[in-house]
Design a protein around this ligand. Structure first.
Ligand code: SF4
Length: 344
């Protein structure tokens, strides 16, 4: 198969190229990323990919377009939705068009490897373009090899970027992240002063109302609550966060519910509770799973749930009476990640 593989950077290409090779597919790498800013970063990622493809003997095409101005003009009109409105479509459309015009059998993208990207949205856009340009989109859920690919990239010394690409993601990575760190530091100071404690909860059903904030079906909660361990973070005689942990087998756990009271959210309490529990459970267990919606993947990846496991298609449609929304997102699929509890 003659495959044109849109490639965002060398580290993300590692697993994609390796796993395609196992299927007997040797893709042609296609660089078109006007979303990467500033220019020094654009150049670092591009040059690293040039070098890497040369080293491994993979043909590559580089479309030179450093698109700061056009990108920003469009992105600022709707910053929240810039990925789906502009960044994904502009790159995938150029790839699909090039593939069609140059006799490829299909196109795909390394964006499918990253748990930080909006996976479903990328597929949706790519499928539309496949119809529009009459060329198949080759879908692979490369997320399963994200950690493996990143580890290999580090080992062979590839340039590892620290943020997604655009100047807005750079702001989130450095400016907001530092701000968040400051907030967390302040919160931890407060936490230290007020000495919150982790408590095992026996009267589990008394906390249904709070659990419903994270899983809006009582029937669903009742299916796992009795067989699970429930822990709470107690602050000044009040349980402010809850975690529900189900034992799957003697090496595996599943985090079924993690929730914080509204007035205490975004202060690092759930993270603190989860970290404490993972630390305790690692004595006996190897792995903790979590099933989540697309919006919450970045949160869990940051907590070490960085291994993609599986997707249950239409889970929220098939298991809930009402439409479930997470912010603006209508929940459809349940996506599972896991954390290696033994990993340092
Ligand atoms: S965050 Fe990443 S995917 Fe979204 S617009 Fe910026 S570069 Fe593109």
């Amino acid at each position: 198969m003659k495959l044109l593989l849109h490639t965002c950077c060398a580290p993300c290409s590692v697993y994609c190229i390796d796993s395609l090779a196992e299927e007997g597919i040797k893709p042609v790498v296609y660089w078109y990323n006007p979303n990467i800013h500033p220019y020094t970063e654009y150049k670092a990622r591009r040059d690293c990919l040039k070098e890497y493809t040369k080293q491994i003997g993979i043909e590559s095409i580089f479309e030179e377009e450093y698109g700061l101005v056009p990108f920003c003009k469009v992105a600022v009109q709707d910053l929240e939705n810039r990925c789906g409105n502009y960044c994904y479509p502009v790159r995938l459309e150029k790839t699909a068009k090039y593939a069609k015009e140059h006799g490829y059998d299909a196109f795909s993208t390394t964006l499918l490897v990253s748990p930080y990207q909006k996976h479903e949205l990328i597929c949706e856009i790519a499928e539309k373009l496949a119809k529009q340009y009459d060329i198949p989109f080759l879908y692979r859920d490369f997320r399963v090899g994200f950690c493996e690919g990143q580890a290999k990239a580090r080992e062979i010394g590839l340039y590892m970027q620290k943020y997604c690409g655009c100047i807005f993601s750079e702001e989130i990575r450095y400016y907001c992240h530092n701000q968040a760190k400051l907030d967390v530091a302040m919160d931890l100071k407060t936490i230290k002063e007020e000495k919150p404690q982790v408590k095992r909860i026996e009267n589990k059903e008394d906390y249904i109302d709070l659990l419903l904030d994270a899983d809006p079906s009582k029937a669903s909660i009742m299916k796992y609550l009795q067989d699970s361990d429930v822990y709470g973070l107690k602050l000044n005689d009040e349980i402010i966060s809850l975690a529900v942990i189900l034992h799957i087998d003697n090496k595996t756990l599943e985090l079924k519910n993690l929730v914080t009271k509204k007035e205490y959210r975004n202060k690092g309490y759930a993270k603190r509770l989860l970290k404490h529990l993972c630390g305790n459970y690692k004595q006996k267990y190897d792995k903790m799973l979590v099933g989540t919606t697309e919006n919450n993947i970045p949160f869990y990846v940051k907590q070490g749930f960085d291994k993609y496991e599986k997707t249950i298609k239409n889970y929220f449609i098939d298991n809930y009476d009402k439409e479930i929304k997470d912010g603006e997102l209508i929940c459809t699929d349940m996506i599972y990640y896991s954390k290696d509890l033994k990993k340092k």
